[in-house]
Design a protein around this ligand. Sequence first.
Ligand SMILES: [Zn+2]
Length: 267
Amino acid sequence: MHASPVSTATCVRRLFVLLCGYEIIPLSVSLRGADDRLVIAVPITAYLLDTDRGWVLFDTGLDEANLRDPARRASHYTAIGWDPAPVVKPHHELGAQLAGLGLGFDDISTVILSHLHADHTGHLKRLTHARVLIQKAEQACIAQDPLPMAVFASDIRLDGLRWDILDGDAEIMPGITALFTPGHTPGHMSLRVDLPVTGPVILTADVGDLAENFDAGILPGASVDDDAALASIRRINALEAETGALKLMTHDPDQARRIRLAPECYD
Ligand SMILES: [Zn+2]
C-alpha cells in the first residue's frame, strides 16, 4: 500500500522512553472481543529524541492537572464514564521526567503528535513555542463539534500553536520518518526512527496497544475505520519484518517492563 521511506543518514542521537502514567481499562479496549470482566493497567508512553536539530517529543502524555483537581477529575474522567481515572504519579509527570534529564518544556523545539487523544496531547499547552507536526486528517478533527471521545478541548484548542501539517508519509528530518497509520483515529501516525547504534525503531503509538494486536492481527477495541486499522497493523508488521526494527508500543505493559526507560536510552 505504501512504500517505506528509508533514511540513509540520521540526525537522531538518542531515544528516551518516558513512562508518563497508567490507564486502567477493560482488556476489551485494547483487544477486541476480550472478556469484559478482565481489566488491565496499560502504560502511557511518550518519546524524547535527541537530534542534531534539537529535542523532539513524540506525544506528550496526559495532563496530571486534570487528575489533581477534584472538579476537573470529575468533569474530565469519572463523571463521563472514564472510571477509574488514569494514574499519573509525581514521578510519571512529563515535566519531572524532562527535569530528570536536565531539560524543561522550553527545550523542546519540535512536537510530533500521533493523534489527538488526551493520553497523547496533555502537555501540548506547555509546548506552544514548538513546531507541532500532525497529520491533516487528524488536525481536521479539532474543528469537530462535539470533539471526538477522549479528546479534550483544553489540550488541543490552543492559541498560537505553530501547526506543521503532514499529509501521509514524510521524512520529518533524516532519521525520523512519519508513517501514516490511520484507523484508530482518522489521521493517526506512527514514526520510524533510525538510531546510530540500535538501528531502525518503530514507534507504533496506538496502531495496537499490546503485542497481541500485532502478533495475532487483533484490532484494538476502538477504531474509526476497521479496515484501515487492520491495514495499519499489517503495515507495521511488514516494516518490522523487512527492517528488523525494534518495535516500541505506547501501551504494552509487558514490554514496558523489559525496555530501557529514561534516564536510560537507546543510542
Ligand atoms: Zn493512547
